[in-house]
Design a protein around this ligand. Structure first.
Ligand code: ADP
Length: 262
């Protein structure tokens, strides 16, 4: 029986600088995910990208700042994003389903159970659930009311469905001992068994690109959350979706955070 894996993909992996979808990369990612399903893995994809795709679709030169405009863009973009996923997975005869979540839903037990039941049923039908935060409902100026980025959402979903692994696809090869965008001598760390303050100190604040959201710190929080629940977490470069094969075959790429008790 293959592993149950949550894969998280960020906006900077899915889109070009101008916000338009990177079809080549997205198609390649979908092909690899279909193949991994054929190999017997149960997969759930947490995908960002709705606002960026909305910007591309409406040809906006830059990201608006007003909340209601962001919500409108997310609504347009989510539809387009799912349309493309449906098309690419459909090429390999695989079926996807959309699940939009809020922090409130994930943290409220009866509602959380509804999500778990739906995901389990979909996975048993070999359907790939694609999860995103429901921005129309969730975008809020109140700190703590929403996830803000999908790193933590993917961690909570992985824990909820008792996944074996969380794999975060990023715009960088993994965690470096200092921000490689600032320091040319930064070194990639391949394995971390304990995420403490010294690990958090390696990550600089903020996202690496205009389209990135959480940055390395939120990825570390996500890794800390899942590893405490016995789930292995890896951060790998999303530029090459085939990296997913290597990490599942336990080859040494990216950064892997070993689950506690493993
Ligand atoms: P994504 O869109 O892939 O989720 P983010 O921009 O949110 O990416 O986060 C990854 C970025 O975090 C990197 O591109 C890099 O600029 C930044 N970063 C800060 N500190 C580190 C570090 N120690 N190691 C790797 N990346 C770091």
């Amino acid at each position: 029986m293959g592993e149950k894996i949550v894969v998280k993909v960020g906006t900077s992996t899915l889109t070009y600088e101008n916000g338009r979808l990177n079809f080549r990369r997205m198609e390649n990612l979908c092909k690899v995910l279909c193949d991994l399903q054929n190999r017997g893995n149960k997969l759930l994809l947490v995908s960002s990208g709705a606002i960026a795709v909305g910007m591309g679709k409406l040809a906006l030169p830059e990201r608006p700042v007003e909340t209601k405009q962001l919500q409108a863009l997310a609504a347009v973009g989510q539809c387009e994003l799912m349309f493309m996923y449906d098309k690419f997975f459909g090429e390999y005869n695989h079926t996807v389903a959309q699940i939009l979540l809020t922090k409130h839903v994930v943290e409220t037990e009866p509602k959380q159970n509804n999500v778990i039941n739906t995901v389990e049923t979909l996975l048993n039908m070999n359907i790939l659930p694609i999860v995103n935060e429901n921005d129309t409902v969730a975008i809020d100026e109140m700190p703590g009311e929403n996830f803000g980025d999908n790193d933590m959402l993917s961690a909570m979903v992985a824990e909820m469905i008792h996944a074996d692994r969380l794999i975060i696809l990023s715009d960088i090869d993994g965690l470096y001992d200092k921000n490689p965008r600032q320091y040319s001598d930064a070194r990639l760390i391949t394995n971390i068994s304990r995420i403490d303050e010294s690990v958090f100190k390696m990550a600089a604040d903020g996202a690496g690109s205009k389209r990135g959201t959480g940055g390395m710190k939120t990825k570390l929080s996500a890794a800390q959350y899942v590893t405490q629940s016995g789930i292995t977490c890896s951060i790998i470069n999303g530029k090459r979706p085939e990296n997913l094969y290597d990490i599942i075959d336990n080859k040494c790429i990216g950064t892997t955070f070993t689950a506690s008790g493993k």
